[in-house]
Design a binder for this molecule. Structure first.
Ligand code: HEM
Length: 391
């Protein structure tokens, strides 16, 4: 069994050489090396095992009995409280099931299609011709408006939601990097929790959270955590997904026109963009007991990071995996929304957002002018910092 740090470094020399900077920029070369030679590898820079082959990623994400999210070291749960993101087994189902009906495809279509079209028009109106920075001017605000509407917390302003979002992200990063939360961030998270609670208890209009509370399946404190988890899970990811899609369409020759003139090709472009650049590029699990993955024996209680980006570029499933191909037939086989008990609940809403944003621009112009753009970067959440167009 590979237990001591030195023995691990010796057995996994490619993993030992990986730096955080390698993974933040364009990680595809280093992930390809890992996948080929050390598909389960020890990365001292991250203090974690990394899984880079698609079949092994699937094996781990589908088996919560061996690979769990329910571990006290999981920082999101320490900041937001227990929620579906940090539980497994029957408790996980109790926290997840009340939300599932609202995320079904037909329900999302009915509640969101018109809303998203109007919201995109509102965000672009008066800005005809641009320039518009698409991440902060379109994708981000659309994500905030969508999840606020989904939860029915319409008494809460979008700026307020964004402030909480930043406080939550800072608190989780503080805990992950320095093992401490800045008291100001902790206080901001508590203000958010109290405000959500008040909106659930006293808010007006259609309020999904209040309905779930009334059904008795979750307590008010659990609902507060769920609301914050949903906001946390829905903002950066959907903003990244939409921006990545627009970046792929704008930087791949002919893709813009192909997507503009054929709705099926736009549908496939959304999947292909999710495959090539998953906005949330990895998920973490902890081993519940000593177990074997591939040809590696993992001790109990170890952090195992599943690289969705690496799995999505596995040449065993995707030919010419690093190319964005709007007509790729098996694009939907990406693992970006995860499989198994923690598969993304918001995937239909996220797809609807990305489609609405793209349609809004594709119907305005066939010849957009790309003013400034940076490629997607980031260790966990990946997206272009800037993507400015004129038309
Ligand atoms: C409307 C936007 C979204 C909402 C409301 C949403 C909601 C959720 C929720 C509630 C979960 C937890 C499910 C569970 O643990 O049982 C989840 C998981 C996940 N979501 Fe989403 N999501 C959204 C968008 C996205 C996007 C755009 C991506 C990536 C491009 C994404 C990637 C993931 C991943 C990777 C997980 C699995 C986490 C894990 O297994 O540890 N989500 N999502």
């Amino acid at each position: 069994m590979t237990t001591t740090p030195d023995a691990r470094t010796e057995r996994f020399p490619i993993g030992a050489a990986v730096t955080v900077a390698d993974l933040e920029g364009d990680p595809r070369p280093v992930l390809a090396e890992l996948r080929r030679h050390e598909p389960v590898s020890w990365l001292p820079a991250l203090d974690a095992w990394w899984v880079t082959r698609r079949d092994l990623a699937l094996e781990a994400m589908r088996d919560a009995e061996r690979f769990t999210v329910d571990d006290p070291r999981f920082t999101t749960a320490r900041v937001l409280g227990p929620s579906m993101l940090s539980l497994d087994g029957p408790e996980h189902r109790r926290h997840r099931e009340p939300f599932a009906p609202g995320f079904r495809p037909g329900v999302v279509r009915e509640r969101f299609d018109d809303f998203l079209t109007h919201e995109v028009d509102r965000l672009l109106s008066g800005r005809d011709g641009g320039p518009v920075e698409l991440r902060t001017g379109l994708a981000g605000p659309l994500a905030v408006a969508s999840i606020t509407r989904f939860l029915g917390l319409t008494d809460i302003g979008h700026d307020e939601v964004l402030d909480w979002y930043h406080a939550i992200t800072k608190a989780i990063t503080g805990l992950t990097v320095d093992d401490a939360i800045d008291p100001a961030d902790a206080a901001a998270v508590e203000v958010a929790r109290a405000r959500v609670r008040r909106a659930i208890e006293e808010g007006t209009g259609e309020n999904l959270m209040r309905e779930i509370g009334r059904s008795g399946s979750l307590r008010v404190d659990e609902l507060g955590s769920a609301a914050l988890v949903l906001m946390f899970g829905a903002i950066e990811t959907a903003e990244g997904m939409t921006t990545n899609l627009l970046w792929h369409l704008l930087t791949t020759p002919d893709a813009w026109r192909d997507a503009a003139t054929d709705p099926d090709r736009l549908t496939n472009a959304i999947e292909e963009s999710l495959r090539v650049e998953p906005a949330a590029s990895l998920v973490d699990r902890y081993t519940t007991s000593a177990t074997r993955l591939g040809d590696v024996d993992l001790p109990a209680g170890e952090l195992v990071t599943i690289s969705l980006l690496a799995a999505n570029h596995d040449p065993a499933t995707f030919t010419d995996p690093d190319t964005f191909d709007i007509d790729r037939e098996n694009a939907r086989q990406h693992l970006t929304f995860v499989q198994g008990p923690h598969a993304c609940l918001g995937l239909h809403l996220a797809r609807a957002e990305a489609r609405a944003a793209a349609r809004g621009l594709l119907t305005r112009t066939l010849d957009p002018v790309l003013e400034t753009h940076t490629p997607p970067t980031g260790l966990i959440f990946r997206k272009p910092e800037r993507l400015t167009v004129r038309w």
